[in-house]
Design a protein around this ligand. Sequence first.
Ligand SMILES: O=C(O)CCC(=O)C(=O)O
Length: 289
Amino acid sequence: MSALTEDQKTFFWENGYLMAPGAVTAAELAALRGDFNGWVEESRAKTENYGEIMDGRPRFDLEPGHSAAQPALRRVNSPVEVSETFHDVMAKSRMTDYVADLIGPNVKFHHSKINSKLPGAATKVKWHQDFPFTPHSNDDLVTALLLLDDMTEENGALEVLAGSHRGDLHTLWHDGVFTGSIEDAAADELQRRAAICLGPAGSVCLMHTRLAHGSKPNLSKMPRTLFICVYSAEDAVPLVPNPVPSKLEGLVVRGEHTGHVRSKDFTLKLPQKPAQASFFSQQAATYDG
Ligand SMILES: O=C(O)CCC(=O)C(=O)O
């Protein structure tokens, strides 16, 4: 039986995104928040990025200005490798069912991360599409952004341009540099027409990989934490190394392994993997504010 209704699926394919409530149980949500809060407490004692993922880059990424008094842990790379709770929600929650309803029956895991905007955090996410970061042989990829906090107008909610997944792929290269962001004039136009994704903790924003999106800084006293999992159809084969590699890449979370590859016609310039902990440093190269 389908976890999403026909109307929800139609909305997703027409608009390129869907806010779906009830993606995890109350117990799962509490456990996820507990683990994340533990990492925030641990970060108070740190003065630079720390931990290590498979390729040697830091797991825990601190925003400039981070301090013991005002921790600004903005990214945890691949939390599914260091928390059973995060692993299980990625692999066997209602969120996983939702994704399978969109790009199943055979679905595999690509990567995961936490993007956090703690109160007062300056981090914004410049407008981009995910596919140019993680091109595959076809674009049946879904980015699932699970809300660990309520997402509100004030705390740096995700903003999207509905229908943009059916449009062009925007380049994330400018003057020979992979900036990880769409150039300013086009981004201003996207922002002007954006829809804001609001919802209570435990909801998920399911986003097509080609959907243009971004988010503003957190101007509130409330945190805004997202657990982000990227999934693909099992027959979508990655064309570049994973920007957040993990031993779980390729794990079939729904259906079965077929070994088939399905391809779609498109052209894009291959991305550069971030040299530092996350794409925030790539985007920061073009920060205008
Ligand atoms: O954290 C956000 O607001 C958006 C996340 C995002 O776009 C990404 O990580 O690709």
